[in-house]
Ligand binder design. Structure first.
Ligand code: SF4
Length: 348
C-alpha cells in the first residue's frame, strides 16, 4: 500500500505548493541560502531576506569576498547569527576547494560549516535529486502522526522516522517529495488543528485511524526566560557610542549600546552605574530614563530600560568601541533589540 504514498503526496504538492522565490530555481547556491534561512525562521520572514540576500550576494564568489560585517548586516533580525557566519566560511571553502560550486558528495558537503544531516539532505535532494531523506520539525510531526508514534517530537524519534522515509522515498523527484512532506506539515498537518479533511495521505495515517491526530506528538512546554536589562545611550555631539559583542556566545560580533542585565534586587540606576563601571571603567555622572523596549528572541524575552547617560569622561575607542553618527547605524549589524532602540530614538 505504501507504494503509492509518494505519488499521492507529490501530486498534492504540485497543485498546492506555495509560490516561493527559491522554488523557481534549481541553483544549489540559492537552495542552500534558502534552507539555512528557513531553519528556526518562518517562511513569511525569510522571503524578504532571501530576495535581498540574493541581490546583494548573487553568487558564492560575491558572498565569499564580502566582509563578515556586511554579511551579518544582511542577516540582521533573522537571529542565530552563526548561520550567517557559517555561510560566509563555507563560501570561502567552496571558492578555495570546489571552484565555487557545492559538491554533490554528501561527505564533502557535511564537512562544510553549517551542514548537518538536514541541510545536507535538503540541498542535495532539491538541487541534485539525490536520494536522501530529511527530517525537520514539520516532517517529524507528520511522520509521527502517520506512524502514530508515542512521545514528544524530538530527535529520539528520528531513527524510526528515517526507516519509514526510506521505505516511501521515490526514485525520482526526491527533492519535490521532501519539500512536499514539509509543505504538508506547514499547511495541512499543522501542529495545532491538523486539517485531515484536506490531507492527501489520510489513508496511510495511523493517528487519523485512531483519532489521535490532535494529541500526537505530545506537546512539551516551552520555557521562556525573561531578562531585565539596562541600556546606556552615550552621546558626544552628534555621535553615539557603540561596542561590539565578543566573537563567541550569544549574538556574537554584533554591535550594541553599552549596558547589561539587572541583578536580582538591584535598581535600574544601580545596574546602569555598575555595568558602565565594569564595561567602560567609568563613573556614571547622571542618567535620564528615555523609554522601554521589549523583544522576543526564541528562548528568551528581554525588557530593555533605556537611559541617556553622562559619564565622568568620554569612553575609549578601539577596534570594538566606536563613536558613530546616527545615519551610520545602518552599516552595523545589531541585535533586534538594539535595532528597536534605534527606531525609537529616531522617532524622538
Ligand atoms: Fe496529518 Fe491528518 Fe494527514 Fe494524518 S491525516 S498526516 S494527522 S493531516
Amino acid at each position: 500500500m505504501l507504494e503509492y504514498f509518494a505519488k499521492d503526496l507529490s501530486s498534492w504538492y504540485a497543485k498546492n505548493k506555495r509560490d516561493l522565490p527559491w522554488r523557481h530555481t534549481k541553483d544549489p547556491y540559492n537552495i542552500w541560502i534558502s534552507e539555512i534561512m528557513l531553519q528556526q525562521t518562518t517562511v513569511a520572514t525569510v522571503v524578504a531576506y532571501y530576495e535581498r540576500w540574493t541581490k546583494v550576494f548573487p553568487t558564492v564568489t560575491l558572498l565569499a569576498r564580502a566582509p563578515l560585517q556586511k554579511v551579518l548586516k544582511q542577516w540582521q533580525g533573522l537571529g542565530y547569527y552563526n548561520r550567517a557566519k557559517n555561510l560566509h566560511k563555507a563560501a570561502n571553502i567552496l571558492i578555495d576547494k570546489y571552484d565555487g560550486k557545492l559538491p554533490q558528495d554528501p561527505h564533502a558537503i557535511r564537512a562544510l560549516p553549517g551542514f548537518g544531516p538536514y541541510t545536507t539532505g535538503a540541498v542535495l535532494s532539491i538541487a541534485y535529486d539525490l536520494p536522501l531523506t530529511i527530517i525537520d520539525a514539520n516532517v517529524r510531526r507528520v511522520a509521527m502522526r502517520l506512524l502514530a508514534l508515542p512521545g514528544a517530537a524530538d530527535v529520539k524519534q528520528d531513527q524510526r522516522i528515517n526507516v519509514f522515509l526510506l521505505k516511501v522515498l521515490p526514485k525520482k523527484g526526491v527533492g519535490d517529495f521532501n519539500q512536499a512532506l514539509m509543505e504538508l506539515g506547514a499547511l495541512v498537518c499543522r501542529a495545532k488543528e491538523p486539517v485531515c479533511s484536506l490531507c492527501p495521505v489520510t489513508k496511510y495515517c495511523q493517528a487519523f485511524k485512531i483519532d489521535r491526530q490532535e494529541i500526537i506528538p505530545q506537546i512539551k512546554k516551552k520555557v521562556i526566560t525573561e531578562i531585565q536589562a539596562v541600556i546606556a545611550i552615550i552621546r558626544e555631539g552628534e555621535n553615539y557610542y557603540i561596542q561590539k559583542r565578543p566573537p563567541k556566545g550569544l549574538l556574537a560580533d554584533l554591535w550594541e549600546f553599552p549596558g547589561g542585565k539587572i541583578k536580582e534586587g538591584e535598581s535600574e540606576k544601580k545596574a546602569l552605574a555598575r555595568e558602565l563601571k565594569e564595561e567602560l571603567g567609568l563613573q556614571l555622572k547622571s542618567s535620564q530614563h528615555l523609554f522601554n523596549v521589549k523583544h522576543f528572541y526564541t528562548q528568551f524575552k528581554v525588557h530593555l530600560s533605556v537611559f541617556s547617560c553622562l559619564l565622568e569622561a568620554l569612553p575609549k575607542t578601539d577596534a570594538t568601541h566606536r563613536w558613530i553618527k546616527f545615519k551610520d547605524f545602518s552599516k552595523y549589524p545589531m541585535p533586534s533589540g538594539t535595532a528597536k532602540i534605534i527606531e525609537k530614538l529616531e522617532k524622538r
